[in-house]
Design a binder for this molecule. Structure first.
Ligand code: SF4
Ligand code: SF4
Length: 119
């Protein structure tokens, strides 16, 4: 605080190398996308049993939007379930579901957002 009062003294100096490594470990890995291959899922619910947050849903009324996302309604009624699906907005990238799946139908893909400039 005292340094800020000194004119021309730089106070925002960034992280040291050691501190930056510590901070980088807090990354939530949001660029990883977890997806269930519905055609191979056997609906065993092992992934739901091990989820640490409310991230995997039983879904009905599934629609694929133009941008490739899924629209669906969550259901607890087995007779309505069309698929088990992962909510990547809630996923904390723990990997529990991938390790628990007995048929290895959960994949992890890395993606990046690209900005396209208008001409
Ligand atoms: S990786 Fe973890 S948090 Fe993400 S969907 Fe699987 S169990 Fe849920
Ligand atoms: S653990 Fe795998 S097979 Fe079982 S419900 Fe989840 S995604 Fe489907």
């Amino acid at each position: 605080m005292r340094d800020r009062k000194i004119k021309n003294k730089e106070v925002e100096t960034g992280y040291s190398k050691e501190k930056s490594v510590v901070e980088a470990k807090r990354c939530y890995l949001c660029h990883y996308n977890f997806q269930i291959d519905i055609s191979r899922c056997i609906y065993c619910l092992a992934c739901i049993d091990v989820m640490p947050v409310d991230c995997i849903k039983m879904a009905k009324n599934i629609e694929v939007t133009e941008d490739g996302n899924l629209n669906y309604i969550e259901t607890k009624n087995w007779s309505e379930v069309e698929a088990i699906t992962i909510d990547n907005d809630k996923c904390i990238r723990c990997g529990n579901c991938v390790r628990a799946c007995p048929v290895d139908c959960i994949s992890v893909s890395k993606y990046k957002i690209e900005t396209i400039e208008e001409k």
